[in-house]
Design a protein around this ligand. Structure first.
Ligand code: SF4
Length: 390
């Protein structure tokens, strides 16, 4: 059965505050019955608090709405993220005063507070779940929906997967893309050809391996799978294979599973705010112009449904080409999601939702409920048409 995903449109018919996103977030929180669900709970509001001078992180006005609803319901909220983001959060407007609740580093100030969970996957033997997320009794995953270099998209899965883990696990998750061999040096023994391969990539993805003279190292994040390098490399020596890209998304699903198993199913809430959609993650510490129009807010009790609804809304839009950094390449011939046209076909943003579904974390099918209209619409057809028409 399709799960309800509550939707707040970014558009106004009249110049009144009721028709703006913070007011619609209020209505989403009402439809999710937050106030009725949090009495006596220790509520972790997991966010990405960003870095440096990034200003596309969620505005404190939105966070205050969530904090206020939790307090009015008798819950005890705190905002949490990795220690490094928390340490500089005030520079981006996040303080106890502006948010209305404490900001607590998820893994402790020195990244040493975590709970290990064994579940071997490629190079990752255990998942170190941040201690404060683990200890909370109710979770609100409050994410900024935007692009991401490793998997093309970052929403509620990504927010919980990376920021939910201690530093060692976060590092291993990024390394997982290198686990499956993609460079076979015995098929390309001469240094001159290796240099030509390095030079063939316009994005600087391919570099000399620091440890082996005959080795090449691929940075998967800026790679859009254009294949230029494959035209230079001797056959079979270099592989640009979906498995390397998919492994990051599978790792994200395992990380989210490791967090969610510590919460009862009815104590999990997921919210995506799709404004100022940047090409890459808030980790980058800066903000450029949006590469997709604002799509609004999506809230529900199922991470697979909430991310899928948000991605469908993005899919109904066109990339704003003039806002794409000139160091990136849009590939109009790539079929699928706009974010794949920007980050490459192997970075299918829906993958993590499907992996999450396979792990039993939720279901991708959803029914979109516009909190303005109060009318449910069908997920795949009518829902998308409604979004396209806004
Ligand atoms: S596929 Fe394209 S972007 Fe990726 S490493 Fe090769 S040349 Fe670079």
């Amino acid at each position: 059965m399709a799960t309800d995903v509550y939707y707040g449109s970014p558009f106004q018919r009249s110049l009144v505050p009721e028709q703006t996103l913070p007011a619609r977030l209020d209505r989403i929180l009402e439809r999710l019955a937050i106030r009725d669900r949090v009495k006596g709970e220790t509520v972790a509001i997991k966010m990405h608090l960003g870095f440096n001078i990034g200003y596309s992180v969620l505005h404190p006005v939105f966070v205050r709405k969530v904090v206020q609803a939790v307090k009015e319901g008798g819950g005890h909220p705190f905002v949490t993220d990795s220690p490094s983001s928390c340490a500089t959060a005030a520079e981006r407007g996040y303080t106890t005063e502006t948010l209305g609740c404490p900001i607590i580093p998820n893994q402790g100030a020195t990244e040493q507070y975590f709970y290990p969970r064994e579940r071997p996957y490629k190079n990752i033997k255990e998942w170190r779940v941040g201690g404060h997320l683990h200890d909370a009794t109710f979770l609100i995953d409050l994410a900024h929906a935007k692009g991401h270099p490793s998997c093309s998209y970052g929403g509620v899965f990504k927010n919980l997967a990376l920021g939910g883990m201690a530093a060692a696990t976060r590092g291993q998750m990024h390394d997982v893309m290198h686990f499956d061999t993609y460079w076979f040096p015995e098929l390309c023994p001469d240094a001159e050809t290796r240099q030509r391969i390095i030079d063939s990539c316009p994005f600087g993805c391919i570099v000399q391996d620091k440890e082996r003279d005959e080795g090449l190292h691929l940075h998967f994040e800026p790679c859009n799978q254009c294949g230029r390098c494959l035209q230079v490399a001797p056959e079979g020596s270099l592989q640009i294979d979906p498995v390397n890209f998919q492994s990051f998304q599978q790792a994200m699903a395992y990380a989210v599973e490791s967090v969610l198993i510590t919460f009862d199913r009815d104590k999990q809430v997921f919210i995506n705010i799709g404004t100022q959609i940047t090409p890459v993650c808030d980790c980058f510490g800066f903000t450029g112009p949006a590469i997709l129009p604002d799509i609004g807010i999506f809230g529900g009790n199922d991470p697979c449904a909430v991310d899928t609804a948000c991605l469908d809304a993005m899919k109904s839009k066109e990339l704003i080409l003039e806002n794409v950094p000139s160091s990136m390449e849009v590939r109009p011939e790539v079929e699928g999601h706009p974010l794949q046209k920007l980050h490459g076909p192997y970075k299918d943003p829906y993958l993590v939702c499907r992996y999450g579904e396979e792990l039993g974390l939720g279901a991708c099918e959803y029914s979109l409920v516009d909190v303005e209209e109060g009318e449910a619409s069908d997920t795949t057809l009518a829902g998308q048409q409604a979004l396209s028409a806004t």
